[in-house]
Design a protein around this ligand. Structure first.
Ligand code: IPD
Length: 269
């Protein structure tokens, strides 16, 4: 168990690193940004690399005992083995960023030395929204406590159901799921930053979020914020463990079983 001082020090560092990263992102002229392909429907911009380097330099300087795992650098620093590990997505929602759509976030999580997630910070620099969560101490948006919604009836629910843009072989299953959920709930959304999507469930803007094929760095910080706001996430209705293919269902808790059943029926997992 980490002491409060250690965790609060790490939280301060994560917030500063995320805000510095946000300033850098906003200072770039996106019309001149170099973008390279990374895989099917996946790209990386030069800003992603620059921001990840800024964040890792800052965190390494202030916490040399910690390891570092980032989307662009991978496992790039092991610390001295006495600290924990940072998990960083420098820009979650790169496609939105390069098109000037204001739904992208800097996502920073911290795991203690036993690998348990201890805190998460998700920052949208355009909207100036800073989501934070520390295990056992609640979740906050710009310093104000947040909670998941109290919606219990699926017909009142609004959910984010993200298409399988990197798993095209699941397209028809996805649209069957989308149709089923759409017909039984109030509406469906798609914003394009997994970290932010989890925070939107956490603060009650939406009631559920489902996406396939995510990576740990997309969701680690958001998972802390969501669970501290009273939400649930899982790959299966009876498990808190994410599948290896990175599928995640996150809800306000009340609706977990309902969405989970729909996903099992349509997607088989
Ligand atoms: C992406 C975002 C997006 C999701 C993609 C992710 P990235 O992260 O989280 O919401 O649909 O699957 O890859 O690549 O922009 O960091």
């Amino acid at each position: 168990m980490l002491s409060d001082d250690v965790i609060l020090g790490r939280l301060d560092s994560a917030v500063t690193a995320a805000r510095n990263a946000g300033d850098h992102i906003l200072n770039q002229d996106i019309s001149g940004i170099r973008v390279s392909p990374k895989g099917l429907n996946d790209s990386v911009s030069e800003t992603d690399f620059a921001v990840e380097e800024m964040i890792s330099d800052y965190l390494r300087e202030h916490h040399p005992e910690d390891g570092f795992f980032g989307e662009e650098q991978g496992e790039s620093g092991t610390g001295n083995g006495e600290g924990g590990r940072w998990i960083v997505d420098p820009i979650d929602g790169t496609d939105n960023y390069i098109r000037g759509i204001p739904n992208f976030t800097v996502s920073i999580a911290y795991e203690d030395h036993s690998g348990r997630l201890a805190l998460g910070v998700v920052f949208n620099p355009v909207q100036k929204e800073l989501f934070t969560g520390v295990m056992g101490s609640g979740a906050f948006l710009n310093g104000n406590p947040i909670n998941v919604s109290g919606v219990t009836d699926p017909s009142d629910a609004v959910s984010i159901i993200a298409p399988p843009r990197k798993n095209h072989e699941r397209t028809s299953d996805y649209f069957r799921l989308m149709e089923d959920i759409f017909l039984h709930t109030r509406d469906v959304r798609r914003f394009g930053s997994a970290a932010q999507d989890l925070c939107y469930v956490a603060c009650g803007r939406v009631d559920a979020y489902y996406e396939m094929g995510l990576h740990y760095y997309d969701i680690a910080a958001g998972m802390v914020i969501l669970s501290e706001a009273g939400g649930r996430y899982s790959a299966f209705s009876d498990s808190e463990v994410l599948t290896e293919d990175g599928n995640i269902l996150a809800t306000n808790g009340n609706l977990q079983d309902w969405y989970s059943e729909k996903i099992h029926d349509t997607m088989g997992a």
